[in-house]
Design a protein around this ligand. Structure first.
Ligand SMILES: [Zn+2]
Length: 108
């Protein structure tokens, strides 16, 4: 499987959320989670990048808790300017990982 393609799918997911066209279903619709989560979060490119499992060390926690504390809806999507900022932060982090994987691939 191609980790760059998986992470690019993740960038597209966050772009749809930023555009207000989609919501975040967490592990249910996270492209790397669907492949790597398996209840243990093993081998995910995000975990390899941060060195931590379950998206710790990524901006996801800030998005997640803002959604829970400020909005509390089942559907995690853009409701306010802070949501937009946090979703953009997450999208940019996914791009950072894509770039990192590409540079590592170029080296080998
Ligand atoms: Zn918000």
């Amino acid at each position: 499987m191609n980790k760059i393609k998986i992470m690019e799918a993740s960038v597209r997911k966050w772009n749809r959320i930023i555009a207000g066209k989609s919501s975040d279903g967490g592990i249910l619709d996270c492209p790397p989670c669907r492949i790597f989560y398996m209840a243990v979060c093993f081998g995910c490119p995000i975990a390899q990048y941060t060195g931590k499992k379950f998206c710790r060390g990524s901006p996801y926690g800030r998005w997640y808790w803002h959604q829970n504390n400020e909005h509390g809806h089942m559907r995690k999507k853009v409701y306010c300017p802070e949501c937009l900022r946090l979703a953009t932060e997450m999208r940019d982090f996914m791009i950072e990982i894509v770039e990192d994987l590409k540079s590592k691939k170029a080296q080998t």
